[in-house]
Design a protein around this ligand. Structure first.
Ligand code: ADE
Ligand code: ZN
Length: 324
């Protein structure tokens, strides 16, 4: 099954570029930029990837990105991920970036954006992998801060396909961001939203009704609300599920308890993604393998998950056909 999974053409739609920082690159950048990290070695850093919930992960995720400073750093971070993705037969990616985690440490918006987009272009040419970029607002910050970030993005409108919402979910419902998402839609951005990861099913409903999200990131807690599941099926709303992430952040205790198989069986448009791969112990193929083993998934079910990833992408039918 390893070879079958490795050979499947896939799209990855739920991936935070800041969350792709491997400890080896973190140490290199720490030395180059003279920014200390609180670990003695790569092994010690990896051993700290032991989380009790989303917040305990986010604390380390925001601290670790402090070593990424220059346009070249953002390029190298992005290129490293794209090489790994291409090696796993990922043919298309839709990548999140969190501009506020950089502008809040005085790195200009365009430094992050230019470094990332340079790598996306290079990977298209050199690796044949296509990409879109999604600007994600940090939900633990204010709506005013999100509005300022949206304004910074306007000159780069053509390089960013969508806006999203990530970071600490509980206590920061989609309703907090109604105005900024309305403005983003007016500006022509597509809309996605993290919801129903740690937060309740009501946050998924809010993301759909108040933000007009076209795709839900995680959404695994939708299974607690039968009417919501029916709606998600009826409206064919894609859900970008990240199985290893959910286990490492204790959303489910074990993979056999994960809702992915029940979601698939119910007819939801679910895909498999890696979220923040070094932190959670695997890229997209390792995520596929983990669910295949837990649920003894058939080849047809694996093909369905991979096809769903293209169906859920912000691509035209013609673009999808070329990639599959
Ligand atoms: N930022 C990076 N990974 C995240 C996740 N899994 N949930 C919310 N915000 C995130
Ligand atoms: Zn995420």
């Amino acid at each position: 099954m390893d070879d079958f999974i490795a050979g499947l053409p896939k799209a990855e739609l739920h991936l935070h570029i800041e969350g792709t920082l491997e400890p080896e690159l973190a140490f290199q950048l720490s030395e180059k930029n003279g920014i200390a990290i609180p670990f003695q070695s790569v092994d010690e850093m990896r051993a700290a990837y032991n989380f009790k919930d989303l917040q305990s992960f986010l604390d380390l995720y925001y601290a670790s990105i402090s070593v990424v400073l220059t346009e070249e750093d953002f390029h190298d971070l992005t290129m490293a991920y794209l090489k790994k993705a291409a090696s796993q037969n990922v043919r298309h990616t839709e990548i999140f970036f969190d501009p506020q985690s950089h502008t809040d440490r005085n790195i200009p918006f365009e430094t992050a954006l230019n470094g990332i987009t340079a790598a996306l272009k290079q990977a298209q040419t050199e690796l044949g992998i296509s990409s879109h970029l999604i600007l994600s607002f940090l939900r633990h910050l204010s709506e005013e801060s999100a509005i300022q970030t949206l304004q910074q993005a306007i000159p780069f409108r053509e390089q960013i396909i969508a806006v999203g919402l990530d970071s600490s979910e509980l206590g920061h419902p989609p309703s907090k961001f109604v105005n900024v998402f309305a403005e983003a839609r007016r500006q022509g951005f597509r809309v996605v939203c993290h919801a129903g990861e740690e937060g309740p099913p009501e946050y998924i409903t809010e993301a759909l009704d108040l933000l007009q999200a076209e795709r839900i990131d995680h959404g695994v807690r939708c299974m607690e609300d039968a009417a919501l599941v029916e709606r998600l099926i009826e409206e064919q709303i894609p859900l970008t599920v990240c199985p290893l992430s959910n286990i490492r952040l204790c959303v489910f205790e074990t993979m056999t308890e994960h809702s992915l198989k029940r979601m698939l069986d119910a007819g939801l448009v679910v895909s498999v993604n890696s979220d923040d791969p070094p932190y959670f112990g695997g890229y997209v193929n390792e995520n596929f393998l983990a669910v295949q083993e837990a649920f003894d998934l058939s080849r047809d079910q694996l093909v369905k998950l991979a096809r769903n990833s293209f169906e859920s992408a912000f691509l035209t039918e013609e673009e999808k056909q070329k990639l599959i």
